[in-house]
Ligand binder design. Structure first.
Ligand code: PEP
Ligand code: MN
Length: 359
């Protein structure tokens, strides 16, 4: 990490960046209100910090061990006068701000009429962002893989419906990209690109999604520790894209026998992550529980834990859904969840924010 003098010139900053590159590293320049801080991306042990310290305009140069310094709240706060929660703006919606953000929609886009019907209903229920999978990660090759599996034309058609539904009902849209080959296609239609739990470790996909410059909804792998989750988010930040919305969606349950929930909702990860990073974190009670009858309570719990948004699967007739019908709520239930969670968010948000910022 290199901290520049408050009087450092553009040329001096550019010169430091040039010197960093000589060691085979990249530079992340962040211009704060009071000073510029340059993060080194790559193996800092290769660099000569005593040399950086002597360059014109440099105030301090030192090695940072944290694997996720670019997204660290602490580093932002200590060296950049920042560390404040990042607001991510998508159309009219702000994620990480004062209002709880609700992402809702079907697990999977099945047809134009299914999607439009759901979009209209979730909007009326109070959702801000529409979700819908086109490329679905599935455990079995024999299950429905989403319309994306039927070739590029059908994939593009489904993505177009999503985009049109978003336009028609005034909601930005989010959909998952499963592999690098789909990134450009998905980026052409989605307002937010989702990286699913199973791809959390796919660093080439992460980098390629980050390079689209679109906001990213990044889901925690069900076996990943918090440290790992944030370290992989850092891959995207290192590509210059810090519009990353983190999502807690449940980790693997423990023990033998019946587990009663699809995953274990790791709610304490939410405030823990908020202390570590300035990136916003939302929660997905649908995949975490796999149970429609638990979604209300666990939505409330996630918001109480500090989540700044929720992603909830919803359908006008859950039993009709080809995938994940057992965890989908109806638009009426969604409305009740939103109303309860808004109240909880108001109660928690102010106190919580003050706590996060004072460390
Ligand atoms: C999803 O949100 O559609 C999904 C498949 O979730 P996850 O990646 O968390 O399993
Ligand atoms: Mn699903």
């Amino acid at each position: 990490m290199i901290i520049m003098d408050s009087t450092a010139t553009k040329e001096e900053i550019a010169n430091v960046v040039k010197e960093i590159k000589k060691f085979g590293l990249k530079a992340d320049v962040s211009r704060g209100e009071f000073r510029t801080v340059i993060g080194l991306i790559g193996d800092e042990r290769k660099a000569d910090f005593s040399r950086f310290a002597t360059l014109p305009g440099v105030k301090e140069a030192f090695m940072v061990e944290t694997p996720y310094k670019l997204i660290s709240r602490d580093y932002g706060r200590r060296f950049n006068g920042g560390g404040e929660s990042r607001l991510i703006r998508v159309g009219e919606v702000t994620i990480g701000g004062d209002d709880l953000v609700i992402i809702a929609g079907p697990c999977t886009v099945e047809s134009k009429s299914q999607l439009f019907r759901i979009a209209e209903k979730v909007k009326k229920a109070g959702a801000h962002i529409l979700r819908g999978g086109v490329f679905k990660p599935r455990s079995s090759v024999h299950s429905f893989q989403g319309l994306g599996a039927n070739g590029r034309n059908e994939a593009e058609e489904a993505l177009r419906w999503l985009h049109e539904a978003g336009q028609k009902f005034g909601m930005p849209v989010v959909t998952e990209v499963r592999g690098e080959a789909q990134v450009d296609l998905v980026a052409g239609y989605a307002d937010i690109i989702q990286i699913g739990a199973r791809n959390m470790y796919n660093q080439d996909l992460l980098a390629s999604v980050a390079r689209t410059g679109k906001p990213i909804l990044f889901k925690r792998h069900f076996g990943a520790g918090i440290d790992e989750f944030l370290s992989f988010a850092e891959y995207m930040a290192a590509e210059g894209n810090k519009d990353i919305i983190l999502c807690e969606r449940g980790i693997l349950p423990v023990g033998k026998g019946k587990n009663y929930t699809r995953y274990t909702f790791d709610l304490s990860a939410i405030p823990a992550i908020q202390k570590e990073t300035y990136l916003p974190i939302i929660a997905d009670p649908s995949h975490a529980t796999g149970r429609q009858d638990l979604v209300f309570n666990m939505s409330c719990a996630a918001v109480a834990a500090g989540a700044c948004g929720l992603m909830i699967e919803a359908h006008y007739n859950p039993s009709e859904a080809l995938i994940d019908g057992m965890q989908m709520v109806t638009p009426e239930e969604l409305k009740e969840i939103i109303s309860a969670c808004r109240k909880i968010h108001k109660l928690v948000a102010q106190k919580h924010r003050a706590k996060v910022l004072t460390g």
